[in-house]
Design a protein around this ligand. Sequence first.
Ligand code: FVH
Length: 293
Amino acid sequence: MTEARPIPVTVLGLGAMGRALATALLDGGHPTTVWNRTPGRDTQLVDAGAKSAATADAAVASASLVVVCLLDHASVRAVVDPLAETLRGRTVVNLTSTTPNEARETAEWAHRHGIAYLDGGIMAVPEMIGQPEATILYSGDETAFTEHRPALDLFGSAEHLGADPGLGALYDFALLAAMYVMFAGVFHGTAMLRPAGVSATEFANRVVPWLTAMLQTVPAQAATVDSGDYSTEVQDLDFTKAALDAIVRASSEAGAELDVIAPIQSLVYRQVMAGHGAEAFQRMVETLAPAPA
Ligand code: FVH
């Protein structure tokens, strides 16, 4: 059943993100208890109406919903493992970035102790919390998600992806991987132009519209990957290999290191060497992970 009115919530971990989450709960009218390993990080929250707990155990004792936002998996387990008995019958929502298997491991621990468990990946920076642009990808106990949806909606746009508690983390890291590789590509372009006296800002003015236009092609590329049909009339892997060879030569001429671009060239080479030169560029995905049987 979905909660009809504000419920007592506890936030464990008052780093930049934990403080933003606690603020959103307070703004939403939830009686909010906060705890942090190092004292003193709750001053503004207490001024805003939060209750400060001296221990993590005392913090969770009063809440039906416990939001955990710590540094990593190890810190989560160090904090919550000793609280198992107090947490029994409550819901833990872990918004710490952990790997899918770490999320599954914590879910299994929670299940053994009668704790409802939801894992979430935050696709936002602290300043975005409370805005619809902040997306939180949840997975795990769907009943707990439905019951606590009103509180979770205060953080941003909440989505439940499925019962596998590792799924939210898997999406989280897949999205972050795409972001980091894209940014590394921007840094490579910046490095190519730098020796020519072109500033990063000047390049940014050009690369943003270029990548924005290119990103529009992603759905069509995804459809090619999903179909498994890589036949193409244009820009096949042989073409892409020639293009990347030229980009690598141009990068060397410009004095840029090849750490970012060389692995892309190598992925294309592997496909061409395997006899797929006449097929579409998107076939690169098959080198990274073959389609499930
Ligand atoms: N900040 C962001 O932009 C990102 C956005 C996407 C998701 N992440 C993840 O959120 C988790 C917390 O991030 P954060 O920004 O709040 O991180 P910090 O400000 O560094 O705060 C870390 C808190 O963790 C506590 N802590 C660390 N180790 C332990 C431990 N062994 N036992 C208990 N608590 C621990 C730390 O406490 P203290 O150092 O103040 O005592 C902070 O409360 C994170 O997974 C991001 O990847 C944020």
